[in-house]
Write a protein that binds this ligand. Structure first.
Ligand SMILES: Cc1cc2nc3c(=O)[nH]c(=O)nc-3n(C[C@H](O)[C@H](O)[C@H](O)COP(=O)(O)OP(=O)(O)OC[C@H]3O[C@@H](n4cnc5c(N)ncnc54)[C@H](O)[C@@H]3O)c2cc1C
Length: 381
């Protein structure tokens, strides 16, 4: 077995799988190393679906990167023959004059995106599965939808391997080192040398990069699936857009139509605000279920039916909730992708391309300048 590669990628989850695919498709001899299965349910990229949307209320600067991600997801579908991206439209709804709908409107206006604004009452009439307060402000953007996240990881890995890349599952990276000649990676199965290294370890990033301890913080999340008791046809992918809604007390929720598993899937951003050790995440419990059911009662009463499933997952939060995609200062043959803060998956197909650029050329034309590892928010965390 050869132990020398051009690039080693640590972590074959959302971002690492995409990096492997982009590297291999350029003819780079890449090895991806994943401690669990490919894909698996212990990190941040499982649970069937992830929202993709252009009405980026977080900041309009994310829109060009998400546009690139759409292109790359469609290319990956064509290359692998897998259906990954399902367009349902996306909705934001919140009490009037809040940041959520205003931010989404700003992103749409700045980037010339089709969108419609309406009252909560009009939203509920248009999409009968919705039941938000009638006085809410809402915005609908037709390009939003969701990605099938486990399939997307599999597709990137298949693409990487079809292009000559190597992926090892069930192998754990214990340590790494970099010098002017390249990098050395130690695992529980062997030692590898490469010209450069991509660290895409998600919630485990600080184990491999202690300098980022405190700047990339794993947080326990819980997803829930609830079967609408009547009229489940109001919650199908063609009648029920993905959503982000805000309650009167400022809690932000998100959710999806019925797909793959029985029930509508919902989540609460930052859930119960529990920072965790990534190897020690408590199983879902009744408090988790209650927190999610509150959303159904407030905004989707017609989906307030039996619980079909609960599943834990992790955000890895940076202090400003923006990503880290950069080479390390003083170790330019080491690239880090971390801190995706609960909104990264949609970008994976574009982040993977940026990681490949950085690993091979040390720079990228993709709009990732805002994700520098030495920006003040990260440096001082
Ligand atoms: C509940 C939930 C809902 C979300 N909803 C959305 C959404 O709707 N839209 C959206 O865009 N984003 C969403 N996100 C965020 C998104 O899923 C994450 O930002 C993204 O999955 C992060 O990908 P990653 O590659 O950083 O992490 P992961 O996919 O977890 O990959 C990291 C990988 O590194 C591996 N690894 C770690 N250490 C080692 C080691 N030492 N050796 C070998 N392998 C190692 C891990 O096993 C893991 O597979 C959500 C996240 C959660 C948890």
């Amino acid at each position: 077995m050869t132990n020398e590669y051009d690039v080693v990628v640590v972590g074959v989850g959302g971002m690492g799988s995409a990096a492997c695919a982009h590297l291999a498709s350029r003819g780079v001899d890449v090895l991806g190393i994943e401690r669990f299965d490919v894909p698996h349910g212990n990190g941040s990229s499982h649970g069937s679906t992830r929202i993709i949307r252009k009405a980026y209320h977080e900041h309009p600067d994310y829109v060009p990167l998400v546009e690139r991600a759409y292109e790359n997801w469609r290319a990956l579908e064509a290359e692998t023959g897998r259906d990954l991206l399902h367009v349902t439209g996306s909705v934001c709804a919140a009490p009037p004059d809040g940041d959520l709908v205003d931010g989404a409107r700003l992103a749409c206006e700045d980037h010339g995106l089709d969108h419609e604004t309406m009252t909560g009452a009009a939203l509920n009439e248009r999409f009968p599965g919705y039941g938000v307060p009638e006085g809410y402000d809402a915005l609908y953007q037709p390009d939003g939808g969701f990605l099938d996240c486990e399939r997307a990881v599999s597709a990137h890995v298949e693409r990487a391997m079809a292009e000559g890349g190597t992926v090892h599952a069930r192998e754990t990276v214990a340590d790494w080192d970099a010098d002017a000649d390249g990098v050395t990676v130690e695992t529980d199965r062997g030692t590898y040398r490469a010209d450069s290294l991509v660290l895409a370890a998600g919630a485990w990033t600080a184990d491999l990069l202690p300098d980022l301890n405190g700047a990339v913080v794993p947080e326990r999340q819980v997803l829930g699936w609830f079967q609408p008791p009547e009229r489940p046809e109001d919650f199908t992918t063609d009648r029920f857009p993905v959503f982000v809604t805000e309650s009167d007390d400022g809690a932000e929720y998100y959710g999806f139509p019925r797909y793959d598993r029985p029930g509508v899937k919902v989540g609460l951003y930052h859930h119960l605000h529990e920072a965790v050790e990534p190897d020690d995440v408590a199983e879902p419990n009744r408090d988790d279920e209650r927190a999610l059911r509150q959303l159904l009662r407030d905004h989707f009463p017609a989906a307030d039916g039996p619980t079909m499933g609960l599943s834990t997952c992790m955000f890895t939060n940076s202090p400003d909730m923006d990503f880290v995609v950069d080479t390390l200062p003083n170790r330019e043959n080491v690239v880090v992708a971390a801190g995706f803060s609960g909104h990264g998956f949609k970008f994976a197909s574009a982040v993977g391309e940026a990681l490949a650029d950085l690993a091979v050329d040390g720079e990228t034309d993709l709009p990732v300048d805002g994700f520098a590892v030495d920006r003040p928010a990260i440096r001082t965390a």
